[in-house]
Unconditional design. Sequence first.
Lengths: 477, 203
Amino acid sequence: MSPALWLLAPLAFAPWLRVRGGRHASALVAVAAMVEVAIAALISFEVIPGVELAAAGDALTTDATARLFLLVIDAIFLGITMSAWLRRRVNQGVPDRGALDGLFAIVFLVAANLALVTNHILLAWLALEVTTVAAAPMIVRPDKPGAIGASWRYVLFSTIGLGVALLGLLCLTRGHDPAAAGSYFFDELARTRAPAGDGWRPLGVALVVLGIGTKLGLAPMYTWLPEAYDEAPSGVAAMLAAVQFNCALVVLLRVLQLPDALDGPAPGVLLTMGLASMIVSAASILATRNIRRLIAYASINHAGVIAIGLALGGPAAYGVLLYAVSNAFIKAILFISVGKMEHHYQSKDMRDVGGLIKDLPYTGLFLMIGTFALLGFPPFGSFLGEMLILSSLSATGQLLVFAGFCVAIATTFVATGRSVFPMIWGEAKRKATWPRQTAVGSLPKIAFMAALVMMGIYVPPQLNALFRDVAAALGAH
Amino acid sequence: MTTPLVVFVLILLLPLFMASWRTSLLGLAGQGLLMAWMVYDRAPALGLDDGAALVDLGLLRGLVAPIVLYRVLRTRGVPRRNDVIPPNLLSWTAVLVLVLLAFRFAAALPMPAHERPFVAVATAALLLGFFVLATQVGVFSQMIAVFRIENAIAMFTLGMPAEHDGWWIRGVEIAVLAVTLALFRWYLLALTPPAPAPSEEVP
């Protein structure tokens, strides 16, 4: 049995949710996530003896891309669920969301893992579709009338984006070998070059970029993202931004790892979508006064940076990976912190919040650290990743994109700082009571922060080897 | 072009010119059933894979989806008229141009001649689906656009060389489509306000 199949183990917790009637749903989901992290670690560091990695034609794979992102998304999912569970233990006023949401969370987790380890293009697409279907009901909150509309638009855009991506994936199978039955396996497709003059592969890659770009929140199909992140519970927003984002990214990486993938219109499409996303997000960050929307627009900005890096191919590959992984941790820290802040102040408006560092010291501290990392300050991994992408832009002679990139980043920097820093250090706006803030409750965020700093200063050799292997698959030397 | 493909194009076009939600649903049902018939016609000795395709196209897309949406709209007492595209000469011209473009596009792609009509019709269905999506803001019309796009993708796969993803993947696809359909029903119920009761005539 492929070790990747072990990743289905959390589904065994689903019947427990029914037995317990949802009373301890968040605790059960956290335990399921712990099991998944343990399995992911066994797979990622290859500690299971005698494990054969996927051979050609296997439906599941544990290649470097899968191993790197398994570690990242499972660790983040565990952090998010632990955070939710600890928050409920400390503050009894926070309701548990019940058995059904617990079930959706487990299905989401398993499907997200499956999207990373699958070698079969239809299975990868189906896994992404399942993450969407599982996440959509979790966005809805009974006390938020706008949430169901946001959830619908999330499903609508996701279905359309994934539909376009599926069409692209099907075009790739046509381009493989027109004389014989096309292959549905990424590794088989990666071993063959498209015949000269074959239009299917470039068309397929361009469609996948457009379709997955919608899932990543790239312009022009980004409008679902701010709304969904704004209306969803903070944990769900973190799951979408940090977990689902990376699952979609992995499917895109697998397509861009194919030979000739960047020979057609794909780099142009990626550069255009990336730069447009950065400009749109910078303008939106300037205009918004809603902290959740600000993080959502920053996510669009990150997606833009990643798209530009991917368009450059090999030279920027390592930077893109570092940037993508760092941003997953940043978004998780920020959404968890904002969830707590929102509960405290009963407002998402940044003008209603002040003196956070005194009022909610841990939340204020993490919001500050998250914002610095978001803006690409050293010593975080996002800084190093962004620098590597910028230097590749200049090395490859993309000076116009370089200039646009710098303007968008500078605007984002000023707009974010102008809104967020007064919240952290400004005068307290409102006296509010809060049971207590414990260091234990902040453990997941401390772990996320440690990971962020680690990626900026010292990446352990085993992890670095994974980064390098994935970058090499994208053409890095 | 085979007769079923010509009929498919007609089924794609007619609901765009007849502004009623019942016609839209009939169109969806027609698309699903016609594609199921094409699968059956291609391989009358049904294997597991073809059987799964029949369930997907004929049962789920051709019958269950339209019936589920019909029941919700009837329960809500939604008025008969529902424009799928703006009712003006510009839209009608755009529809015809999109169909022509789809056929020109398919002619430019490298593929065996017998596959070309499938790709042309699938591209036309896809472009029309996007046109509906781009011009409508109502939840029901957007759902119709989504189903049109999904059907276009199904038509695209019908024209492909006998591929084999395996019946189990088809099974997962059917399960995901069924759950998506349930989710759509939920959204349609939640986001479609009940029609106001007719006010009594005052003499």
